[in-house]
Design a protein around this ligand. Sequence first.
Ligand SMILES: [Zn+2]
Length: 315
Amino acid sequence: MIPIHTDPRMIEHRTPSGHPEKPERLSAILDHWRKTGRLTETNAVAVKEVDRSDLARVHTEAYLKNLEEKSADATDEHLQMLDPDTSMGRSSLRAAKLAAGAAVAAVRQVTAPDAKHRIAFCAVRPPGHHARPHAAMGFCLYGTIAAAAAHARDVLQLDRILIVDFDVHHGNGTQEIFYEDDSVGFLSIHRFPFYPGSGRADETGSGPGLGFTWNVPLGADTSPKNYHAAFEASLEKAAAKTKPQLVLISAGFDAHREDPVGGLGLESDDFRRITRAIRQVADTHAEGRIVSMLEGGYHIERLVESATIHLDALQ
Ligand SMILES: [Zn+2]
């Protein structure tokens, strides 16, 4: 069974009433996985808050301080707004630190020389791929996947890491953090034009990182068939160029046809094909090493269904 890094304290992160990034997203997934034997005492991995040094690799010191100060004033009755979509309550910063801690621990787990598991999943919230070096954005406080990739690069000394982001939104924060980096490749497939506005095909990296960013922008009416064709072609290029030792996945399920926030015509079962394509890359280059982490997905039933299909396709 795939180890699942998660912690119920991430459910305590409160967002404004009616906000799509609600606690039920995570509790519904965990409830379903417990009920169906996918999450048991055997494969549940306890999560610790991330080390500050892991956040400092991807965020400015001023931003980290700012979040800590605002968190001290935040209560669940008076949420601190960080941007029009992103807020902090009493337990939010702890949840974000647990999410990033899960990602780093999962990367350490699958890359250990005596690793028993090559694949791990992080069932976390808040999401992270929009968080910028100096600012919160789009429901995200910390660059969760970015902190994990930077840890793999700087602490574990991996120099070929590939991040694949299939959330319906462009992973602008992850892209920005590694835009000039040739050791962390970034591939994002997303609806375009759409929030957050970036992710054009001609955004391909700069400096030493030129050619290590791949964007696949797709119109809202793209068919699943065309989605898979575009994704697989781009993934093949990214894999050939990076030959990754480790594959990280920003697994957002808001490209589902029924998602109230995103929506790109995918059915739950399409996430099986996406996952298998990524697994094949990991099997070819990375000795099968994958860490996948939850990003978006806002239709609770379809989120649970899609995330379960993704998890099963990773097994
Ligand atoms: Zn999203």
